[in-house]
Design a protein around this ligand. Structure first.
Ligand SMILES: NC(=O)c1ccc[n+]([C@@H]2O[C@H](COP(=O)([O-])OP(=O)(O)OC[C@H]3O[C@@H](n4cnc5c(N)ncnc54)[C@H](O)[C@@H]3O)[C@@H](O)[C@H]2O)c1
Length: 433
């Protein structure tokens, strides 16, 4: 009680003190408050996460002047996603400025589908390459929205503008070794982003789209059965990347089961080709050979199989993606989510080349094509998430949508190298090989 009284008297006293402050002191006080307010505001504004996450980035730092959610932007979205053919599909392609995505959107657009791209243009590898792909695609009337798949409001808005019949979901944090450096980027894109996309597809679309998405051969992890078949064990991932792709397959199962989403996962095997990814061996080996730099070639342990990959040419993978889209059945969920008319399609396919090639052979093909020797540094493969060997059995994809890879590694690398020297304006004479 006493305390209460004391508090009341002191606060009254304080009020009185303020009331009797001279006018100039009140002005100084107000100015000080204003300065503090402005300082805090500026601090908050500048410390806004400069990452590739969420709506904030997509709205604030778009490279595209039209991207403001306004009429002009909507017009671009509509134009890009309107099919040329009456029977054409409308496909939202995430990761469209990426390697596989840029090839897929072009193939879909060329055959008359309506296609809208979405990409956050993150800097995992040189974003200028993503911007070049974007510029190349815009010549074909393809618009790529600069946004993150975690941005639910943006995704809902896109579905309001265009009721996409399909989503080709390729956006992901790729790469196996980078997970040691930045594990959270895998959770952000491959888990949280995928769930966000599925949530919107399940609950905020009418009709629900069918979804084809990129899993990875890395889900086979420590599997020793070869060639890898879809029915093989995938519960021993060797990297966080692989674990997030495997988690994606389980998450896909859940959304198929509860919400009736039609879901097809594609396990790509080391895709390569023009406009490829600078973090992949065939790409940085080419750069190193041309720059007279060193390359590190991994060697298997004693008694282990030689390190080899089932290198798959991009055009073959694009055919597989298109085949999966064309055979995807409609989703069966009731708009709004939580109910379905019946079971929906749930599929997983290998998209590989069916002929593993040792990495040493990859290097010698590049040496022949470039007419130069590589400075090789051979080391034992570290335990950083890579697996020693991949080999796809593609009979399921062949049976269901006629997938049949046709490009051997030499032919594919010739096309890649030709693109590489042109893109980077390198004056060199390529060898006919
Ligand atoms: N290339 C391969 O050999 C290979 C093998 C197996 C699986 N995959 C998978 O195939 C897909 C395509 O791979 P790629 O080689 O084209 O890789 P990529 O890195 O070139 O393309 C992925 C694109 O997604 C974008 N992206 C990443 N996170 C995003 C997010 N949160 N929101 C919006 N955009 C985002 C990136 O900016 C990038 O442009 C990926 O899912 C990858 O995991 C690729």
């Amino acid at each position: 009680m006493k305390m209460d009284k004391f508090n009341k008297t002191t606060s009254l006293r304080r009020v009185r003190q303020v009331q009797f402050l001279p006018c100039y002191q009140v002005t100084i006080l107000t100015c000080l408050i204003l300065i503090v307010f402005l300082f805090v505001f500026t601090l908050n504004h500048h410390s806004f996460p400069n990452t590739s996450t969420g709506r904030a980035r997509s709205l604030l730092s778009s490279s595209s002047p039209e991207f403001n959610g306004g009429g002009q932007w909507e017009k671009l979205v509509r134009q890009s996603s309107t099919p040329r053919k009456v029977t054409g599909k409308t496909v939202l392609v995430t990761g469209a400025a990426g390697f596989v995505g840029s090839h897929c959107v072009l193939a879909l657009k060329k055959r008359g589908d309506g296609v809208l791209g979405l990409d956050n243009f993150n800097s995992y590898y040189d974003p200028s390459l993503k911007r070049s792909r974007q510029a190349h695609l815009s010549k074909h009337g393809i618009f790529i929205v600069d946004a993150d798949i975690n941005d639910a409001d943006l995704l809902k808005k896109l579905f309001e503008i265009t009721p996409f019949t399909h989503i080709l979901h390729l956006a992901a944090q790729a790469g196996v070794r980078y997970a040691i450096e930045n594990p959270n980027s895998y959770i952000h894109s491959n888990i949280a982003g995928f769930v966000n996309l599925l949530e919107v597809a399940a609950k905020n679309t009418n009709p629900q789209p069918a979804i084809v998405w990129a899993s990875s051969s890395s889900v086979y992890g420590l599997n020793t059965e070869t060639p890898f078949s879809e029915s093989d064990r995938t519960d021993r991932p060797a990297s966080l990347y692989a674990a997030t792709k495997k988690a994606g397959e389980e998450i896909a199962h859940t959304y198929n089961h509860i919400y009736g989403l039609s879901l097809t996962g594609l396990r790509f095997f080391t895709v390569y080709g023009p406009w490829g990814r600078p973090d992949m061996a065939y790409f940085f080996f080419t750069k190193a050979i041309l720059d007279h730099g060193d390359i590190t070639v991994f060697q298997a342990g004693d008694g282990d199989k030689e390190i080899a990959r089932d290198f798959t040419y991009i055009d073959d993978v694009v055919h597989g993606c298109v085949g999966a889209i064309d055979t995807a059945e409609k989703s069966t969920g009731v708009p709004g989510g939580g109910q379905k008319h019946g079971p929906a399609q749930l599929r997983v396919y290998n998209l590989g080349n069916t002929s593993p090639v040792p990495v040493s052979r990859l290097v010698s093909i590049l040496e022949c094509l470039l007419g130069r020797s590589a400075n090789k540094n051979t080391v034992r493969m570290p335990a950083n998430g890579d697996v020693p060997y991949t080999h796809a059995n593609v009979s399921l994809a062949n049976q269901d949508f006629g997938y049949r890879p046709t490009t051997d590694l030499t032919t594919g690398l010739r096309k890649f190298v030709k693109w590489y020297v042109k893109y980077y304006s390198i004056q060199t004479k390529l060898v006919r090989y």
